[in-house]
Design a protein around this ligand. Structure first.
Ligand SMILES: [Zn+2]
Length: 58
């Protein structure tokens, strides 16, 4: 049986960035995850770190 590669989400790693939306800041990841809107970038970064810890790669 041949294994078929998944083509839906070829993400090999989590890469988080913080983006600003108006007055708020939120974290976003290359896997599609997005954190809640925060008023401080530091909080968005904390969300991103938590995502990395709580979402291990397969
Ligand atoms: Zn991710």
């Amino acid at each position: 049986m041949a294994q078929q590669p998944e083509e839906t989400h070829p993400v090999q790693e989590h890469r988080t960035t913080t983006i600003e939306q108006g007055r708020f800041c939120l974290a976003r990841c290359t896997c599609g995850w997005q954190g809640p809107a925060r008023r401080a970038r530091s909080l968005a970064r904390t969300d991103a770190e938590g995502h990395l810890v709580n979402t291990p790669l397969a």
